[in-house]
Design a protein around this ligand. Sequence first.
Ligand code: AMP
Length: 498
Amino acid sequence: MIDELLERTDSSSVALTVAGTDLSLTYEQLGNHVDALASRLREFGLGKGDRIATALPNGLDTVLAFLAAASVATAAPLNLAYKEEEFRFYLEDTGARALIVPPGGAPEARSAASESTLILEIECNGSRATLTPVKQPASQADSNAASEYNQDVALMLHTSGTTSRPKRVPLSQPNLMASVRNIAAWYQLGKEDVSLCVMPLFHVHGLMASTLSTFLTGGTVVVIPRFNALSFWSTVREHKASWYSAVPTIHQMLLARAKQGARPSGAEHLRFIRSCSAALAPRMMAEMEERFGAPVLEAYGMTEASHQMASNPLPPSERKAGSVGVGGSVQITILDPQGNHVERESAGEISIKGPNVFGGYEGNPEANASSFSNGWFRTGDQGYLDQDGYVVLTGRIKELINRGGEKISPREIDEVLLTHAAVAEAVCFGLPDRVYGEEVAAAVVLSGPTAEADLIKHCKLALSDFKCPKKVFIVDTIPRTATGKIQRRHVASLFSDQ
Ligand code: AMP
């Protein structure tokens, strides 16, 4: 099914190119490389149900590895920024039989892999793509042995939850294809479109919205290895990008650099700008439209929905600032805690249904029992539908910190802080931040001598930098609500002004 993405009549058009390099692939090359890599994976005994983890930076290799792994088995992309312990957790939790890394790169992922994991290095110079084993598992995989895992999963991702253990989100090929079709149709993507992919490809935002929806419609994806506000507009100009999708943090960084009055050169190519994965302030949306001269469409996405759940429409339809738009082919309703549908303009839990929505968390019956109501998936986000059916988000029921679109479980950080010998109690929360929307902070009660810097250093040993608290408040007691409960939102509100 995923193969459909690469079927092209004019196979000589450019499918994928890497900004700042001369690396580029036509649809024909992309298809051939994916076939070659898929055969190679089969030679190593990998097949349906097997999980193939990747720890790769944005580039040709990542896209090739994803497409090959998802067509042969299950792709499980991981964030290259993880620390060894985090990689160990994800590799074990996913049951990864193979790990794909860059030549000589991803040392932490390699060290975290178990004896039974096959490690492969991927390399693509444009004309050729190879997978070379650097560590064979203690016992060879038996290609005839059926995997213990669900054969229909194309992509396995994790989402942070209320507990410190992230939940496994299995997405099938039909889920992914439904999502990609929705996105492509919603933005009327076509052959002429050039999508600038600034988002990481280990997350559905970069993968589904920026990349696969473009492949489906025969356009070109320009991958940016690492976002850089200084070179962004020259990349837009050079590749005549017609749209890009990003988190508000990236939009904010671009706005901060934009000169008053002058539209950045290259912006005239943009048909629209998409914002997703965290709240876009209406003022920022207006400023972007004024400075960059393109309609800004805020969308609402989630891993469990294979990304897009709602979006504001292209002109001439109305885009509403402060709303994440309408569901399109995704059904959206608002449920009360008992699972009743509430009226328009009344707030409740945003709940969704559609072929893009996953079937349930893997190996987690408790999470599934609380996340589904009569076939509706409860997103954990609070909001309402206005009279025109546009979704307005008003808050979050689930407990997570949204740092620039990156979701962080506060419990995971609490637990790391609690392993420090001088910490008696720890509560992490999100503090409002101008650039990231929310930044990680902690309130800590000590049982021995230590200082804030030492506690942050302690976190950095176990957690990727983006998860580490930037501020630790040392307090005598953790502030409680009037009813004596510790509530992260309450703690956060007390420290937001300090
Ligand atoms: P993820 O699974 O990482 O894509 O995160 C999904 C969550 O991101 C949603 O459940 C929301 O809490 C949040 N989110 C996504 N899009 C938006 C948006 N436009 N505004 C506010 N929050 C958003």
